[in-house]
Design a protein around this ligand. Structure first.
Ligand code: ADP
Ligand code: MG
Length: 322
């Protein structure tokens, strides 16, 4: 039922940035090594994600746009794994319920690409199309059929800023993948495949790297690494706080508290610390599915995690690089 779909879809796709996050995660799931994003009017008018991943076979195209149709869960183990990356089979269906969607894809075995279009609960049949191996998903006129929701979108520049932030988070988490971003025809980001240090510098700027220390600590299956800015880094704002748990961007009170406490203890630093940190840990010790659309996590042993992060930061900050 279209109305029910539209209401549910509005929860999944709250704004252009939520669509962008889902599409980028799909491209990464498909093994893409090169991902290009094009936005118009903050992603409200048009949002395209094009990848060079495995692609979708012609007969799978209609399924990809159907609710709860996912190709990614073959076992309970997979369910656990996929739960860490967004919804299960809802993202494309949700987009098709609240926007006009064109899905174009070519997989390795196909002689050419195919595309289907969806809007207002109906789908076109697959038509031949031109596309190199991989997939493009184009979303146009978000909420064109639910004007009440469209009114709740912010200005184009605000929606754009959310999209750009989403893009930066994912680009930081996957330096091994090339990313680009265009807005209103203008190239904003061109990120070739990098190592982590290069990707951090590309996104946060050289000044960040010049006034930062390396963080590195491994105890058993817990591994924390990344860089943390010293007080000399003057641009430090609340926005430059990137924490990834098992590759996924999170905002978490326990982690933030541990970081802030280390800055206060060592540097008596009250401002917002800037950092890019990765915590890798056994997946069964962290629940990342508290709310798939929010960046929340819950740790089994939150006190142990707090101690681990606090001491790692304390060590790193008390021995700053010369
Ligand atoms: P989910 O990612 O949870 O499976 P989605 O609605 O995001 O659900 O995607 C539905 C299905 O469409 C995926 O399971 C996958 O088979 C296919 N798909 C979506 N995007 C891509 C892509 N970029 N490359 C290859 N397949 C894709
Ligand atoms: Mg998905």
């Amino acid at each position: 039922d279209l109305l029910i779909n539209q209401i549910a879809a509005g929860e999944v796709i709250e704004r252009p940035a939520s669509a962008l996050k889902e599409l980028l995660e799909n491209s990464l799931d498909a093994g893409a090594t090169d991902i290009a994003v094009q936005l118009e009017a903050g992603g409200i008018k048009r949002l395209v994600v094009r990848d060079n991943g495995g692609g979708i076979a012609k007969e799978q195209l209609p399924l990809a746009l159907m609710r709860h149709a996912t190709s990614k869960i073959a076992s309970l183990d997979d369910l656990q794994r996929v739960a860490s990356m967004g919804f299960r089979g809802e993202a494309l269906a949700s987009m098709a319920a609240v926007a006009q969607v064109t899905l174009t894809s070519r997989n390795a075995n196909a002689a050419h690409a195919w595309k289907i279009e969806a809007a207002d609960g109906t789908q076109s049949g697959a038509a031949p199309a031109a596309h190199p191996q991989g997939t493009s998903v184009e979303m146009r006129e978000l909420y064109f059929n639910t004007p009440a929701r469209r009114k709740f979108l912010k200005s184009e520049s605000t929606e754009y800023a959310w999209c750009e932030e989403t893009f930066k988070r994912i680009a930081l988490s996957r330096p091994d993948v090339a990313f680009s971003l265009q807005h209103n025809g203008k190239s904003i980001w061109q990120l070739p495949r990098h190592d982590l240090a290069q990707r951090i510098t590309a996104i946060l700027g050289a000044e960040f790297g010049q006034h930062a220390v390396n963080v590195e600590r491994q105890i058993g299956a817990l591994h924390l690494y990344g860089i943390a800015a010293l007080p000399a880094y003057s641009r430090s704002t609340r926005d430059e706080q990137y924490f990834f748990v098992n590759g996924r961007f999170v905002r978490d009170k326990v982690l933030m508290h541990a970081v802030r406490q280390a800055y206060q203890d060592i540097l008596h630093h009250q401002r917002h610390p800037a950092f890019v940190l990765f915590l890798d840990m056994p997946p069964e010790q962290v629940d990342v599915n508290v709310h798939p659309a929010k960046s929340e996590v819950r740790f089994r042993e939150s006190q142990g995690i707090h101690q681990f992060v606090f001491h790692a930061l304390q060590d790193a900050l008390s021995a700053p690089m010369a």
